[in-house]
Design a protein around this ligand. Structure first.
Ligand SMILES: [Zn+2]
Length: 157
């Protein structure tokens, strides 16, 4: 067994779509980034890669590479899972926490979980997503950005 942890933050700005775990969440703002800025999926990919010592999304999918402009982060997750499998690993479970003052994310969590378990090739009860706030404190509390933490267990096959 190996454990991994990932953390990511993106700034909330007007004129962008808000994509979390591959789900477009209706909101007045979206996350700024080179790709679709899916902060949840980014934290998860870094957890998976870190657990297997396979690098991080910054060096796998550099934002200097125009190939990743506007990229669908779920497709990048597919690539990460493929690399794990090629290196003899499989996902045990993942647990992701998204920190956003607004919007309310609970209605979207079931679809986000499904997007993740399908791509991770695991049973539904191996994937959990919690949405929380920081009680109006800090940059998430003021609505400047959204943060995500992810932990995972990976098994060597
Ligand atoms: Zn990111």
């Amino acid at each position: 067994m190996r454990i991994g942890h990932g953390y990511d933050v993106h700034r909330l700005v007007e004129g962008r779509r808000l994509i979390l775990g591959g789900v477009e969440v209706p909101f007045t703002k979206g996350l700024l980034g080179h790709s679709d800025a899916d902060v949840l999926t980014h934290a998860l990919m870094d957890a998976l890669l870190g657990a297997c010592a396979l690098g991080d999304i910054g060096n796998l999918f550099p934002d200097s590479d125009s190939a990743y402009a506007g990229a669908d982060s779920l497709k990048l997750l597919d690539e990460v899972v493929k690399q794990l499998h090629e290196h003899g690993f499989r996902v045990g479970n993942v647990d992701v926490t998204v920190i956003a003052q607004a919007p309310k994310l609970a209605p979207y969590v079931p679809q986000i979980r499904q997007n993740l378990w399908e791509r991770l090739d695991v049973a539904p009860d191996r994937v959990w997503v919690t949405a929380t706030t920081e009680e109006k404190l800090g940059f998430t509390g003021s609505g400047e950005g959204i943060a995500a933490h992810a932990v995972c267990l990976v098994e060597e096959i």
